[in-house]
Ligand binder design. Structure first.
Ligand SMILES: [Zn+2]
Length: 386
């Protein structure tokens, strides 16, 4: 690990502490607003949503119509309740450390797009068929619900990089030059079946840098943030080391592994849903009578409270995948340590996090852990070569 300037180290620690403190408050706030949302939905479901459906000629048992009316009537709360946290994160926390690149207008535009596309549109597209399945298939409906949701998640993985991500950023071919030549040569030598390489204008929102390989089947693409190229000073060797790491994720089938884990998680969730048939799960929140939509809504909300425990296991898994992708980059002939150190410096990464906090929250090992693992691997390769 290259020497770290004490002032830079202190700045990174200050950023981590500020993020952790804010994260704790934001989690509590999210839990509280999630529960308020449920109580609010009950009041709207029993009152204005029912009146609206009756006025349009429906009946109280038209649950999809009532669900749609409730969703629309509660939309202002859903949109506005997240605003304080997002505003603070963007214009106070990230701004203070020089990462925020949003203007008020671009932030507002992105927030509205996220809400309409990801919450209203995708939420409805998933929830409506799920309600019909749970409503009509009786005791084994949890299994059909699991099957449908798993397919929906797979489809989303194919569709998101092609149709949805471009709504928020511009994905352009890498500009001609040394970086593009280097990355194209790397793609060819690695044997990855992926011809789409994009540069994304991540700098429109944030100064943080990233790169990834996304999509399944025909939608697979390599995406490099413009900020990554800037942070690595346009150094072709360093950029290729990072892209080789991302190619490693794809070539080692980490996307399928993560899809498998999320499918297993969905199975556990729906099996539990199949067991939780007590109507009080719905009526205790103030809803007038249980139905498929309300059972799903209350169960998903309660499940989201247990998510930190799930992400604890998932993070332990993804940290191992990161080591494997680093090793893949080394096997392709790159020493990724310099790039990791540069990225860590510009992203103000926490070099010395609390181990317990790290265990729960970090999907990646720390830079120090990754650099040491790469060093160990390079030493072993050297010894074998002697
Ligand atoms: Zn990675």
């Amino acid at each position: 690990m290259p020497e770290v300037d004490p002032a830079e180290y202190a700045r990174a620690q200050e950023y981590s502490a500020a993020k952790n403190n804010f994260g704790f408050v934001a989690d509590l706030y999210g839990l509280a607003t999630g529960l308020v949302h449920l109580w609010l939905q009950a009041a709207v479901w029993n009152g204005p949503a029912l009146s609206l459906v009756l006025r349009c000629g429906g009946t109280a048992s038209h649950e999809l119509a009532r669900a749609g009316a409730s969703m629309l009537l509660c939309a202002p709360w859903d949109l506005l309740s997240g605003v304080p946290v997002d505003l603070y994160r963007t214009f106070v926390l990230e701004e203070r450390f020089g990462f925020n690149k949003h203007t008020w207008l671009s932030w507002l535009g992105d927030s509205l797009k996220h809400f309409v596309v990801e919450e209203l549109l995708m939420g409805s597209l998933m929830m409506a068929p799920l309600v019909l399945l749970v409503r009509s298939l009786g005791p084994s409906s949890w299994l059909y619900g699991f099957g449908f949701t798993s397919l929906f998640v797979l489809l989303l993985n194919v569709v998101y990089p092609v149709w949805i991500a471009p709504l928020f950023n511009t994905f352009a071919p890498l500009p001609e030059g040394d970086v593009r030549d280097g990355v194209e040569a790397l793609v060819k030598s690695s044997g990855i079946n992926c011809s789409r390489i994009f540069q994304v204008d991540g700098s429109r929102q944030s100064a943080h840098s990233n790169a990834y390989v996304a999509g399944f089947f025909g939608s697979k693409r390599i995406v490099i943030y413009d900020t990554l190229i800037t942070h690595l000073d346009g150094d072709v060797e360093d950029i290729c080391a990072v892209v080789a790491h991302e190619i490693g994720h794809a070539q080692l089938h980490h996307n399928y592994a993560l899809l498998g884990v999320s499918t297993a998680q969905l199975f556990v969730m729906f099996r539990l849903f199949g067991v939780c048939t007590d109507p009080r799960l719905v009526t205790d929140f103030g809803f007038d009578a249980p139905c498929a939509y309300l059972s799903l809504l209350t169960f998903f909300t309660l499940w989201s409270v247990a998510m930190p425990l799930v992400s604890f296991g998932l993070n332990a898994f993804t940290r191992q995948l990161e080591y494997q992708a680093d090793a893949y980059s080394v096997r392709l002939g790159f020493d990724i340590r310099k790039a990791l150190a540069k990225i860590s410096k510009t992203n103000l990464s926490d070099l010395n996090p609390d181990p317990l906090d790290s265990l729960f929250h970090h999907s990646h090992p720390t830079t120090v852990q990754r650099v040491l693992a790469v060093k160990q691997l390079l030493d072993t390769c050297e010894r074998k070569a002697l």
